[in-house]
Design a protein around this ligand. Structure first.
Ligand SMILES: C[S@@+](CC[C@H](N)C(=O)[O-])C[C@H]1O[C@@H](n2cnc3c(N)ncnc32)[C@H](O)[C@@H]1O
Length: 353
């Protein structure tokens, strides 16, 4: 279970048991007050990395150099969306550019010694052997070090909500030997198209997919024990669309009937309208052992408070507990204007049954 790899000393729980007599909204209000006084947001603007450039070059830690295509013009154009929802004030174009939260999250998750989730992705590294691979198209001379998966290492399935076009999580965490399957999702075909293309141009080849063209990997190499080859997929998952069973494609088609081990989302809360849709979509995908990591940029405090209240309330009804990462366990960059939440299903007290 992923829970066994989490350092709970870095987390504080917001979902207190009812019998303690606390009003949950007071607990959340105090958390938000502490958050905005300790974690003073710098002037982060709206939160794009660049609202003008069509191409970004991002170096994430020693292992990942990404070239990301984005579309500032589609960000600015509300009419670009044939399926935009007039009730959604975001006009659904936010996904056309890359936002600041996900690069910071990746660097913290993969390279920070204080991150409470650091062993999730490089599980049991002492058993793993180091392996060198060449970076994309041999264009860069650097050799990249990955920890190769050991024969008995559990590998995890991950679903990302609201990935946007950048594919940063898919192109980094999606390629780790500890990842069995990474599924990036969003809600518009034009976003999904650019997302696929960014992942294809940034992943060096060792992956399989049923939703993207990949280099053919010989079956023998792919299924060899410890090969570390992951699957990466990009599919539609619209939080507002209740006309179809949105979980079906992800769980039943791509994950062989299993819920994902981990759900991730970066900067998916930026207006109040989306809060209940996002929360329901997240909880719907959480099976008994699924955990979730959500990273947010601190914008309007009322909106963040409304989101956390919704998460704690709806989560409580679904048996899911909400934690936040304590300030001292965040990277210096995340401490300046970001927050990370962690969700898991409550342990059932067997004695009480
Ligand atoms: C602020 S952007 C963040 C994108 C990306 N996670 C990043 O950090 O660059 C919010 C994302 O939520 C997605 N989104 C908005 N409404 C959605 C919906 N109803 N269903 C699924 N995704 C949605 C947008 O398309 C966009 O990709």
């Amino acid at each position: 279970m992923l829970k066994d790899y989490i350092d709970y000393s870095g987390l504080a729980c917001l979902s207190l048991p009812q019998e303690v007599g606390h009003d949950i909204s007071d607990v959340v209000a105090n958390h938000i007050m502490d958050l905005y006084s300790s974690n003073q947001p710098e002037d982060l603007g709206l939160g794009f990395i660049s609202p003008r450039e069509k191409q970004l070059h991002l170096a994430l830690g020693p292992d990942f150099e990404l070239e990301i295509d984005q579309s500032p013009s589609l960000l600015a154009s509300s009419s670009s969306n044939s399926n935009s929802n007039p009730r959604n004030p975001s006009n659904s174009t936010t996904g056309f550019v890359c936002w600041k939260t996900s690069p910071l999250l990746v660097q913290w998750l993969l390279y920070s010694e204080i991150c409470p989730f650091k062993t999730l992705f490089f599980l049991r590294p002492e058993k793993a052997k180091l392996k060198s691979v060449k970076s994309r198209q041999n264009r860069k001379a650097t050799n990249t070090k990955f920890i190769d998966v050991s024969l008995d290492q559990p590998r995890i399935t991950i679903v990302e909500l609201g990935s946007g076009v950048s594919g940063i999580l898919g192109s980094t965490i999606g390629t780790l030997p500890s990842t069995l399957h990474f599924i990036a999702t969003d809600h518009q075909q034009s976003i999904l198209k650019l997302l696929r293309s960014n992942i294809q141009q940034n992943v060096t080849g060792r992956y399989t997919s049923t939703t993207m063209e990949t280099k053919v990997i010989p079956e023998k190499a792919r299924s060899a024990p410890g090969s570390g080859v992951s699957a990466i997929d990009v599919v539609e998952y619209d939080w507002e669309d209740d006309s179809v069973d949105p979980v079906h494609e992800i769980k039943d088609t791509l994950l062989q009937g299993q819920f994902p081990d981990l759900i991730m989302a970066c900067d998916t809360i930026y207006n109040e309208y989306l809060i209940p849709f996002f929360t329901d979509s997240l909880l719907r995908l959480m099976g008994g052992t699924t955990v979730a990591i959500l990273a947010l940029q601190l914008r309007d405090s009322d909106m963040v408070e409304a989101f956390v209240n919704c998460l704690v309330e709806k989560g409580g009804e679904a048996g899911v507990e909400v934690y936040y990462v304590k300030d001292e366990f965040l990277s210096d960059e995340l401490k300046r204007g970001f927050v990370v939440y962690y969700l898991e299903r409550k342990e059932v007290d067997q004695d009480a049954l």
